[in-house]
Design a protein. Structure first.
Length: 348
């Protein structure tokens, strides 16, 4: 989705036409296929979508943390530099002190033989070699306090903490470096609901306490409603809708967003609503709108032409033919897509 959006002067991060593909025997998996978004200081952007839509690839692509089989192109502007164009060595220097990543499984990142204090010491020393012990202690205890971990636990080992506490430790270890921007990829998926709520509250407070901007990847729309300023909905490597979280949730403009919301809400109420079918194979995605084989509103134009991004309101953008632009829709293009065509595409 490219349009004439220009970077705001005060953005922390400006992503333009980012593309990431994985080389495989079957061909290129186009996991991120032309993504644009901006992040302002202290802002939290939720990234949602079904599994396999490219959310983790986008988060890692932004940080330059992709496996060797992946190729990235486009722009990730951070403080005037295009991160996509930097070498691995240059990127390493930016990670930690400026940009950080919070993973899903904290135990894999904590060394069971090292005390928490030693984790902080090591993390800080790597990026701020001259730092003294007193400063390490002050900075670490401050960030632990913000995470609701008492100073008495400073010298404990990782196994002495519960899963939720360990995740908070990981967040603390990321934040102690005071990054301007972090990516949190499903940070609470492995946790129970109560602990999850606690961590979401902490993440929600982050922007006030640290001014850290965050890309929060989750499949849980409740978390987005609670902790995010804006939300971006991802489908088949594209951002199909983006806007103010409250507005998008109350007036979803894209049929995929609407279906995603329905499937969440009905989990809490009566019957279970599934979006029929599954996200497409990203080696050979459907033509036109990639959602057309599953879309209840699909029209003739949807199967042929890529949707053009439009703005239903100043804070919202959407890529769906239902919203025009009218002058780009061919004659008869608004007629419903025949059911038969839908099921054929479904099986393909
Ligand atoms: N290392 C990889 N090699 C090949 N394909 C990959 C690799 N990692 C992810 N993919 C594919 O890229 C697509 C997007 O995956 P991912 O970014 O993990 O999505 P999400 O986080 O939304 O579940 C999927 O089709 C997935 O199978
Ligand atoms: S472009 Fe067409 S198929 Fe795609 S979401 Fe909109 S109505 Fe549905
Ligand atoms: Mg993922």
């Amino acid at each position: 989705m490219t349009d004439s959006t220009t970077a705001h002067g005060n953005d922390v991060l400006s992503v333009r036409d980012l593309r990431v593909w994985y080389g495989t025997e079957r061909g290129a998996v186009r996991a991120v296929d032309g993504v644009d978004f901006d992040l302002r200081p202290g802002e939290t952007l939720g990234l949602v979508g079904e599994s396999g839509c490219g959310k983790s690839t986008l988060g890692r692509g932004v940080l330059g943390l992709l496996p060797a089989s992946a190729t990235a192109a486009g722009e990730v502007r951070f403080r005037g530099e295009n991160l996509v164009a930097l070498s691995e060595k240059e990127l390493q220097g930016r990670r930690g002190p400026e940009i950080g990543l919070i993973f899903q499984e904290p135990m894999t990142r904590l060394n069971p033989l090292m005390r928490i204090s030693q984790h902080f010491e090591e993390t800080l020393r790597v990026h701020e070699p001259g730092i003294d012990k007193q400063e390490v202690r002050l900075r670490s205890l401050e960030v632990l306090r913000r995470m609701g971990i008492p100073p008495t636990r400073y010298r404990n080992y990782p196994h002495e903490f519960s899963g939720g506490m360990r995740q908070r430790l990981m967040i603390a270890l990321t934040l102690v470096l005071r990054p301007a921007f972090i990516v949190a990829d499903e940070p609470t998926t492995a946790l129970d609901v109560l602990v999850e709520a606690q961590i979401i509250r902490i993440l929600h407070d982050l922007r006030h306490n640290f001014g850290t901007a965050m890309l929060l990847i989750t499949h849980n729309l409740g978390i987005v409603a609670e902790a995010c300023d804006r939300v971006a909905v991802m489908y088949a490597g594209h951002i199909v809708e983006e806007g103010d979280a409250k507005q998008v949730f109350s007036e979803p403009a894209h049929p995929y967003t609407r279906e995603l919301l329905r499937s969440t809400i009905s989990l809490r109420t009566t019957g279970l609503h599934y979006i029929p079918g599954a996200p497409p194979d990203l080696v050979e995605p459907p033509t036109g709108c990639t959602f057309h084989p599953r879309c209840p509103d699909a029209m003739k134009v949807c199967a042929d032409l890529d949707p053009v991004e439009t703005r239903p309101s100043s804070q919202q953008r959407v890529a769906c033919w239902l919203h025009g632009p009218e002058d780009r829709i061919p004659d008869g293009g608004r007629e419903p897509l025949a059911r038969q065509e839908i099921s054929v595409a479904d099986e393909a």
